[in-house]
Design a protein around this ligand. Sequence first.
Ligand SMILES: *Cc1c(COP(=O)(O)O)cnc(C)c1O
Length: 387
Amino acid sequence: MQKIYLDNVATTKVTDEVLTEMLEAYGDTFGNPNSLHSFGRDASALVDKARDRVASLINAKNSEIYFTSGGTESNNWAIIGLALANRAKGNHIITSQIEHPSILEACKNLERLGFEITYLPVDKTGLVDIAGLLHYINHNTILISIMASNNEVGTIQNLKTIAKIAHEKGVLFHTDAVSAMGNFKIDVNDLEIDALSMSAHKFHGPKGVGALYVRKGVKIDNLIVGGEQERGKRAGTLNVPQIVGFGKACEILQENYIIDTKKTKYLRDYFVTEVQKEISNITVNGHLHQRVSQIASISFNNVDAKALLCLLDLAGIAVSTGSACSTGNVEPSHVLLAMGLSIEEAQSTLRFSFGTNNTKEEIDYVVKELKRAVEKLRSISPIKAKK
Ligand SMILES: *Cc1c(COP(=O)(O)O)cnc(C)c1O
């Protein structure tokens, strides 16, 4: 049976060229980049090269990139580190209701420390309410953190507008760009971003490595302490091969993202058109245009999404009920609820996320299997029987 992977927001396959550079780094360059001898210097040179590549992708300076263990750590660090370092100015933070749990839970921790958090609502397309943002900013606000694009429905926020509003009020702006990288070009200077989280495994790099960009001059407290690595800002021996892989993935992305996004958009749009043609009573979630090319979030009226996911899995097709983090969790997606879907609608929603490795033939097979599975589940649905 063929296996089709349509869960490219959960993670992606490491590219061969990335793996090749990583394996080289696992070889003779095994030194600790902080050691003063030649073994250390060789490893350190690899880290430097990777840092240049990461910085270049988002038009940052080399010295503004701090390597972390991935998107979750970068988000935790940005929220907690920026809040604590700027506490003298105020204790109020603004974020949105549709952020990744690594933002929302970090905010919850800060609430326990006496910070006040505003969780902005979104409209039914998933866009943050700008009027609400203006309304809630006050003299105690020190940080606004709004994700670049949402990982469940793909809606892209008005980053530049939000950053401008923040800066007019003297407030810092952080963005979780983890699911945006690879979907559209992010230039931290053009978009006036003060801090940005990224993660390698969402764009064909290895898992467990990412970065936090922090604009020069922005104060941030350490989250991980006990060593002078990363210019004293993030302790712990650097994971050189992972960092090398991350750097290579950034370089490849920078060269290819226009071609890549064209391909994923073509596949996604073809998929959505075919599904709309073949299956009745469905809703496509998220913003129609201001949306990453990779994602299709679809609600299948009167179908249990978990059951649908299992039937597709039996047919060799891998999709998701939303964020990978909520797997095994019966809670409906907080993102879909914030967008105004009912609990039933949220629980009848699947996320299909496309990658450059997917083909049109695969999509045809998926649509056929999807139609079959939806019809099967609807035919046995108790809700339908009642009507
Ligand atoms: C995947 C993801 C994260 C978490 O990143 P990890 O590297 O997996 O820890 C954070 N935010 C968004 C939007 C994501 O899609």
